[in-house]
Design a protein around this ligand. Structure first.
Ligand code: C2E
Ligand code: CA
Ligand code: CA
Length: 644
């Protein structure tokens, strides 16, 4: 600020300098040459040479100032010093000259009056011309008039003394005016600079606000990466550019694996740090930060220009590798993985929204199939997902729309082929299509619909079984999913189904697939025990295909093992030794064994010879509609089977 005011003062002084210097040249020349007397000539000429030289130097200084580089920050105080040195020296020279004239006894009254008038005029002018520097302006006005006036007062001649008084009064008035003028000017300069400063501050504030608004609306506050809105805009522009240049573009949907665990187990602060580090790593490996964003949660998006499928896959593999490297926080080493889904422009879509959606789809499918790897979108994938969503929507209303039914497949005692139980198998008719359970059960499990559906199956299976003839005491086997068994209310649900149907507990069997072994085995064992405690039997379904091991068989202490039909189908080859092994263990651990998928007499005979207790399969009967079960029971195993 001080620098600015000094610069302005210097500017003002120099702007007025030319006229001031010109007047001094004219006045000095006029006074020297128009009032030339013999005894003063030498002095006057010498003085004139001195004065003119000084004025010429000042002119050069003024000229240099005028031609200075406007853009350069110039030093105001130095310029002022230069200027006032010149001005004060001029004033002193004037003062010397006038004093000499006044002191000269031969000076006439006309001489003196003319000199005083001219000097007064110059003193008056200086009050304005030198307003940029108060002391100089005051000094100039005073030094020009003060000393000669005193000289005149001391002359002892009345007229001259009068002139002296006049000059002196004039000097005082001029000094006061110069002072006022300079103060006013200084004030004006100060105000001007204060305003400029104010405007500057306001501009800065506005700029800061604009930046903040930009950041708030375009950047993710945690990672500093672009947010959705900004990314979508950038991607849209990039797609237009790609279209013009006829180039491809890949959109990578990056989703962290295992992030939720860190967040839940260690805390959100650590979670935030992981996200921050992930963002930094992604920044380091991405060429164009405009096309990188945090899409939300632990999802990131990266678009790569001019990139085909092969390059995109390669880049994605690098990204997974980089993001999977361990982080160290407070002496802890943590690591997350990442799954990447890729969608390509223009093959898969030309629109930014759908490219992102397709990349997301590819990522989602890939994560289910094999996390921490790369998946590229394909039309088959789209169809698959489309169907999945259709089935999910349909399934959520299947009970209300009465689209579900149960089929029952008999299970026979091996030694005498007597039907001992029926397995309840769920059927779903969606409009004109029978959807196979292998397809919809998985979807029901995934989307949390299995509990409601499982409850319906259990209730209905018990209800139907309770209506079967009592004499044979036929059991019903109900399939149950992991999620159902994990339900803390499951035992209550079973009790409720038994109570509502009045089916004796020993006539209900629960079949659980081996995949349940992947969950909390201790809790599972407790649930099985609780189910058995109310008199219901439990079997392991599809034994040999899933995750089961001999030790889990021991831990779970079920009643029955169902050998998967794939082993029965291969009974002539490598199925045989496996079934033999299962039989040994089952006998040792006291399980009964059911063989599923028996399709031929030969299979039946072999299974019998191996000591399998029960048999189930198309050879005996396909799953029957509910309405045919009683007829089947009454007609025996020979009744012609009909598939349901
Ligand atoms: P699963 O429990 O292993 O059921 C036996 C499946 O094998 C049934 O298929 C049945 O029709 C079929 N099958 C029976 N005998 C033969 C045979 O001799 N040859 C051949 N090739 N297949 C035979 P389905 O009814 O399509 O059921 C498939 C799977 O769906 C079931 O396998 C079961 O895991 C699941 N599922 C069915 N109903 C339910 C249910 O109510 N709840 C749950 N959670 N899962 C169910
Ligand atoms: Ca089953
Ligand atoms: Ca099975």
């Amino acid at each position: 600020m001080k620098q600015c005011t000094q610069r302005d003062a210097a500017q003002l002084l120099y702007n007025n300098a030319f006229s001031g210097i010109l007047i001094s040249i004219i006045a000095s020349s006029f006074l020297v040459f128009a009032f030339n007397t013999a005894e003063m000539r030498q002095f006057k000429h010498a003085w004139w040479v001195l004065m003119t030289s000084l004025l010429l130097i000042r002119l050069v200084d003024w000229h240099l100032w005028k031609r200075r580089d406007i853009n350069r920050q110039l030093n105001g105080s130095k310029a002022i010093l230069r200027f006032i040195s010149g001005a004060n020296l001029t004033a002193v020279l004037w003062s010397v000259y006038i004093l000499k004239v006044v002191a000269n006894p031969n000076s006439t009254d006309i001489d003196l009056s003319t000199h005083i008038i001219i000097i007064s005029a110059m003193a008056g002018g200086s009050a304005t011309v030198l307003a940029g520097h108060k002391r100089t302006a005051m000094f100039y006005a005073f030094i020009l008039l003060g000393p000669p006036s005193i000289g005149l007062l001391l002359s002892g001649i009345y007229e001259r003394q009068m002139l002296g008084i006049l000059g002196f009064l004039f000097a005082i008035v001029m000094v006061v005016i110069a002072k006022k003028n300079a103060e006013f000017t200084a004030q004006a300069i100060l105000l001007k600079n204060e305003n400029a400063l104010l405007v500057h501050h306001m501009e800065e504030k506005v700029e800061r606000r604009t930046n903040t608004i930009y950041e708030l609306s375009n950047l993710d506050p945690l990672t500093g990466l672009f947010n959705r809105t900004a990314f979508l805009q950038n991607l849209q522009q990039q797609l237009l550019a790609a279209q013009k240049k006829q180039q491809s573009l890949a959109v990578l949907f990056i989703d962290l694996d295992g992030f939720k665990k860190i967040n839940d187990a260690i805390g959100h602060d650590t979670g935030d740090q992981v996200l921050n580090n992930t963002a930094r790593r992604l920044k380091d490996i991405s060429a164009n930060h405009q096309l990188l964003c945090r899409w939300g949660g632990d999802e990131f998006l990266l678009a790569i220009e001019n990139c085909d499928e092969q390059q995109a896959v390669q880049q994605s593999e690098e990204i997974i590798q980089v993001l999977s490297a361990a982080y160290s926080f407070q002496n802890n080493r943590l690591s997350v993985g990442a799954t990447v889904g890729i969608a390509l422009y223009p093959q898969h879509s030309e629109n930014e929204h759908s490219l992102i959606r397709l990349a997301d789809t590819a990522m989602y499918a890939q994560k289910k199939r094999s996390p921490c790897t790369v998946g590229v979108f394909s039309n088959q994938l789209e169809q698959k997902i489309h169907r999945e969503l259709k089935l999910k929507d349909g399934l959520s209303q299947a009970i209300e729309k009465q689209q579900l039914s149960l089929a029952f497949q008999p299970i026979l005692r091996a030694k005498d082929c007597q039907v001992v139980s029926f397995e309840a198998l769920l059927r779903w008719q969606l409009d004109d299509e029978m959807i196979p359970p292998d397809e919809f059960i998985g979807i029901a499990e995934q989307y949390g619909l299995i509990r409601k559906i499982g409850l319906w199956v259990l209730d209905n299976a018990c209800q139907i079984a309770s209506s079967w003839p009592n004499e044979q005491a036929l059991s019903v086997c109900v399939n149950v999913s992991v999620t159902q068994l994990e339900d803390h209310d499951f035992v209550e649900i079973v009790k409720h189904a038994l109570h509502a149907s009045q089916l004796p507990p020993e006539r209900l069997h629960i079949e659980m697939t081996e995949s349940v072994f992947s969950s909390d085995i201790l809790f599972l064992a407790e649930q099985i025990k609780a189910i058995q405690d109310i008199g219901v039997q439990v079997s392991i379904d599809d034994f040999g295909t899933g995750y089961s091991s001999l030790s889990t068989m021991q831990d779970l202490a079920v009643n029955t093992v169902k050998i998967d039909r794939s082993f029965v189908q291969r009974i002539d080859t490598n199925g045989y030794p496996i079934i033999t092994a299962v039989m040994h263990i089952a006998q040792a651990l006291n399980y009964s064994v059911v063989a599923e998928g028996v399709e031929t007499e030969a299979q039946m005979n072999t299974l019998r010879s191996l000591g399998v207790d029960f048999l189930q399969g198309y050879y005996f009967a396909k799953p029957l509609p509910e309405s045919q079960v009683v007829a089947f029971i009454n007609g025996g195993a020979e009744t012609t089977s009909q598939q349901a």
